[in-house]
Ligand binder design. Structure first.
Ligand code: COA
Length: 374
């Protein structure tokens, strides 16, 4: 048996930003157009008018101030309201592969490794650009990695579930190392015309390199243990799938073909699930709240993270103990906790213990307990 470690991590951030002000202006223009186009039905009471969104609400309800996206032009055009992403030919790298590659190269460089040192690629994300061939195999090919690759999807928990899969393979000795990549193009599954959720998501790609601790070239995070759990719920759901076009009512524009959530219920149900999950994981590992130097949490909602931090530590987290990145990135699905880890882990000292935790649709929750080593 070998001890796995995160030896490198990387974030690729798209260069286009949408501020809350831009987002709300576009949404409100769309709502006005919709109300004007449907004035008769709205006046007759057969259709509900669309209400305006507000920057104040978005910041207060979520803590989100802006989001990065692959394409803002379509999202901010009241006549379009979704990203305009060019269909690539089969001979070009797919968008997900291209983003993942950029994050993967940063992770490899941080670990002092090249692709030749990697045995496996796991592309773990909440949506996949196509059914097959696996995006992970395309990334493997682009990096010229020997070995194998596969895609997996556990929604917002994909990254931690991917790390568990990679860590278990490294631990057993079936591979020496794996790249876990999380290209999240959330802008393409968000319904930008729905006021209740149009502010939630952004795009990003993250990557982690998992190796044997004994192979680590420099500072790294030993993976002490991982825990994954799932519990079925319809409260976060997207019905878009390959059976869509076979259904007689398979209308492309149906609301359930994009991200849907019952945000309030998610809030209430997921909080205790996550707090208990982390508490049990720490207890099983003999880690006390006072031993935990950092919590890198899934980035969906600031008050949710504040609540989890308080519950886990038994007090309000000190600044820096539980870094949030969602004010800049919004919710980037499975990549959120890895962005936080990647940006806020360098300062930890050898022996410091931290916990990465993601949670979301499924419901799903995954935690990775790590210890800094030099
Ligand atoms: N602008 C202005 N007002 C808005 C609005 C907007 N963009 N969106 C909703 N509102 C209104 C609602 O209509 C509602 O009005 P009402 O009280 O008159 O009915 C009010 O604001 C409160 O809405 P609500 O949806 O209850 O807000 P909330 O405080 O629950 O916050 C979320 C909404 C989505 C930010 C929050 O529920 C959340 O983050 N939940 C967890 C989400 C999560 O983790 N999801 C996982 C995804 S991977």
């Amino acid at each position: 048996m070998y001890t796995p470690a995160i030896t490198g991590s990387g974030v690729f951030t798209p260069d286009q930003v949408i501020t809350n002000a831009e987002l709300v202006e576009a949404f409100n223009a769309y709502a006005d157009r919709y109300n004007a186009e449907n004035a008769d039905e709205i006046a007759a009471g057969t259709l509900a008018a669309k209400e305006h969104s507000s920057e104040e609400f978005i910041v207060k309800a979520s803590g989100i101030e802006q989001r990065y996206v692959i394409d803002k032009s379509g999202v901010l055009d009241p006549a379009v309201m979704h990203p305009l992403l060019r269909q690539r030919s089969d001979d070009e790298p797919s968008l997900m592969a291209e983003m993942a590659l950029k994050a993967a190269r940063i992770a490899l460089e941080q670990a002092g490794r090249t692709a030749a040192d990697v045995d496996a690629v796991i592309c773990a994300a909440s949506n996949l650009e196509r059914a097959y061939p696996a995006v992970a195999i395309e990334i493997q090919d682009l990096l010229e990695i020997d070995g194998f690759a596969f895609d997996m999807n556990v929604a917002c928990s994909s990254a931690t579930f991917g790390i568990q899969a990679a860590a278990d393979m490294v631990r057993s000795g079936s591979i020496r190392s794996a790249l876990v990549v999380n290209p999240e193009i959330c802008s393409a599954h968000l319904e930008w015309r729905d006021r209740d959720c149009h502010f939630i998501f952004g795009d990003v790609a993250t990557a982690t390199l998992i190796e044997r601790t004994e192979d680590a070239e420099g500072a790294h995070f030993e993976i002490r243990s991982t825990r994954c759990a799932t519990q079925y719920s319809n409260n976060i759901r997207n019905n878009n799938g390959f059976l869509r076009r076979s259904r007689p009512d398979g209308l492309a524009d149906r609301r359930d073909m994009q991200f849907m959530q019952n945000g309030r219920k998610v809030f209430k149900e997921v909080l205790p699930l996550v707090a208990d999950h982390i508490g049990n994981h720490m207890a099983e590992e003999g880690v006390e709240a006072g031993d935990l130097k950092r919590l890198w949490l899934h980035q969906a909602n600031k008050s949710m993270n504040d609540f989890i931090g308080r519950k886990v530590l038994g007090r309000a987290p000190e600044p820096g103990e539980q870094p949030n990145i969602l004010q800049d990135y919004a919710n980037t699905s499975s990549a959120g906790s890895i962005i936080a880890f990647s940006k806020y882990s360098d300062d930890l000292e050898p022996g410091d213990v931290g916990l990465i935790c993601s949670f979301g649709a499924g419901y799903s929750v995954g935690s990775v307990l790590v210890e800094r080593r030099d």
